[in-house]
Design a protein around this ligand. Structure first.
Ligand code: MFK
Ligand code: FAD
Length: 499
């Protein structure tokens, strides 16, 4: 009889996740852990079951842009895929954003919310992109103190009712630069009616179907550079769903994130409301950057975990040279090394999340606030790189099947590659981290954190880790000191190594 392989399978993605469950048992008070477990188990069931099956079935579909109707009217309608529609409903009803704002468990609500996001992400075809920006927009509006906008948008951004809920876009990048946002050319013109209208181009706008966006534009007469930009709120949920003043020029043809309708936009007089004054827009949007970068790390660890779950399943059934791959010492050593990368990334990410939750509930010390400011760019840049290399190995763990589209596996690597680019590239975040270190002295705080985490560790292997971690921090400190005194280009060139 001919031989056929079985595809890898997934179980309940919460029950199967030893790392998540043991972390939650350590990090949360017993009653909080008990209270959130049913919601996580339910999400784990969806992620390994119905949503995963739908994702596989929906694999070849992509979002579609219709620019004109049959009678020549410009319509710019984007139709997203079936999985995205289902993911939107599930995310809304299960509170994948809302949980953080309902704060049923105080500072621990961020851990609960991001645990939901982590379980949901890998079966969502990157629907976590609009969710990240929605979370970031809610956080940014709340930080702005603009009560009119907070009252109008935040209840919708954090709603659990799919009929009422909004998502948000984040329109920062222009053709002039996504890193150097200060070069943005979009102008904000004040009309005789006292309202601002925006004119310009946004070069990458991922959440094309969102009901609102936060964006940067330069009020006329403002100086060049990032301080001359202001943060604006744009509402897109028009009466008939028409986006007055926004043209979708085309959807990008991308390596990955193929289900995300990333568009090039022309802002042709869209109405916009200043969020926090008429300058210093980058400073005003910074809360959004920190939240979406945390989501990026969640995307990285969720992708690694999914790849490893599939590879472990495959290793149980694939037979080569007389035994399953699970019985091959070298194959299992290969997977173990990937698992170690994933677990390190997981704990770094959730440490940032714990601090974020405490920041939002006003219980951070000064030095923890500095640690959080440093740990977010470090977590984003580190986990993104890990995801690319781990998922490249995961594909190899399937042999040729890992390279074949209808297994659904190549998507894992393609979707990981963007994690190093959007929300600040590796270099930009390394420079951000370096600036924070130079300004806040947070390297000492990081060193104290490493020492705290490893205190009392008796296993010889981990004691070795403590020594090498402490040594790395000392090297970075000595090197920065040497470079900072004389050599700015040398200092910048080493930012990645420091990070
Ligand atoms: C599962 C996946 C989920 C993720 C989905 C995401 C979808 C993709 C969406 C995108 O990619 S959106 C576009 C994201 N774009 C970026 O991340 C921009 C990358 N570039 C940078 O981050 C640059 O470093 C930056 C634009 C911030 C440089 O701006 P400036 O104005 O030239 O630099 P500056 O002077 O460092 O920053 C201005 C102010 O903001 C300063 O405060 P002050 O005015 O009080 O001095 C900074 O301290 C503050 N700031 C900058 N970054 C901050 C911050 N504050 C807190 N946190 C930060 N991260
Ligand atoms: P550049 O800024 O030109 O960078 C090019 C290279 O130069 C990079 O390697 C970078 O690391 C390096 N570099 C830049 N400055 C320095 C420096 N000072 N020192 C050393 N190296 C440096 N943007 C949005 O605003 N909203 C979105 O919804 C959105 N969605 C996206 C979706 C996808 C799929 C992608 C790929 C991008 C999206 N972006 C979005 C844009 C993204 O944020 C930018 O592409 C990113 O910030 C980099 O900007 P850039 O493309 O202009 O590259």
């Amino acid at each position: 009889m001919a031989f056929y392989q079985d595809p890898p399978t997934l179980g309940n993605q919460y029950d199967d996740d030893r790392v998540l469950r043991s972390y939650l048992a350590r990090a949360l008070p017993r009653e909080v852990a008990a209270s959130i477990t049913p919601s996580l188990r339910e999400m784990g069931e969806l992620a390994g079951g119905r949503l995963y099956q739908l994702q596989l079935a929906d694999r070849a579909n992509e979002p579609k842009l219709t620019s004109w109707d049959a009678w020549g009217r410009r319509v710019d309608q984007v139709e997203v895929t079936q999985l995205w529609k289902e993911a939107a409903r599930i995310a809304c009803e299960r509170g994948v954003v809302a949980t953080a704002y309902e704060r049923a468990h105080g500072a621990f609500s961020r851990v609960h919310q991001f645990a939901l996001a982590y379980l949901f992400d890998a079966s969502s075809d990157v629907y976590t992109c609009p969710l990240a920006m929605t979370d970031g927009a809610a956080r940014t509006l709340l930080a702005s103190g603009n009560h009119a906008l907070i009252d109008r948008a935040v209840p919708r951004l954090t709603s659990r009712d799919p009929a009422a809920a909004w998502t948000s876009g984040q329109w920062m990048t222009e053709r002039t630069g996504g890193s150097d946002v200060g070069r943005s050319e979009t102008a904000a013109r004040l009309g005789p009616d006292g309202a601002y209208r925006l004119h310009g181009t946004k070069w990458f706008a991922s959440s094309t179907t969102s009901e609102m966006a936060l964006t940067l534009a330069r009020p006329e007469g403002n100086p060049e550079g990032s301080r001359g930009l202001a943060l604006f709120y744009v509402e897109l949920a028009g009466e008939a769903g028409r986006r007055e003043g926004v043209l979708i020029n085309r959807l990008k043809d991308k390596l990955g994130t193929r289900k995300v309708p990333t568009a090039e936009l022309t802002l042709d007089g869209v109405l916009a409301t200043p969020v926090a004054g008429l300058s210093n827009g980058v400073r005003a949007i910074a809360p959004m950057l920190n939240v979406t970068r945390t989501w990026n790390a969640i995307g990285a660890i969720a992708g690694m975990r999914r790849g490893l779950a599939l590879a472990r399943s495959y290793a149980q059934s694939r037979v080569q040279f007389g035994t399953t791959l699970a019985e091959k010492p070298l194959h299992m050593d290969t997977l173990a090394e990937l698992q170690a990368e994933f677990e390190g990334a997981f704990h770094l990410t959730f440490r940032a999340i714990e601090l974020l939750g405490r920041e939002e509930t006003g219980s951070l010390t000064d030095s923890e606030a500095k640690l959080l400011r440093l740990i977010i760019p470090l977590a984003k840049l580190t986990t993104a790189k890990q995801a690319v290399s781990v998922l490249s190995e995961v594909l190899e763990a399937f042999g040729g099947a890992g390279y074949v589209e209808d297994t659904g596996l190549p998507r894992l690597l393609r979707d990981a590659q963007v994690l190093t680019i959007w929300e600040g590239t590796t270099n930009v975040l390394a420079l951000d981290a370096l600036r924070v270190i130079l300004k806040d002295g947070s390297l000492d705080i990081l060193a104290a954190e490493v020492a705290r985490l490893l205190t009392g560790v008796v296993e010889p292997k981990l004691a070795e880790a403590e020594t090498s971690a402490s040594r790395a921090v000392s090297h970075a400190r000595a090197w920065i000191k040497e470079m900072a005194s004389a050599d700015r280009p040398g200092l910048e060139a080493g930012a990645r190594r420091v990070a």
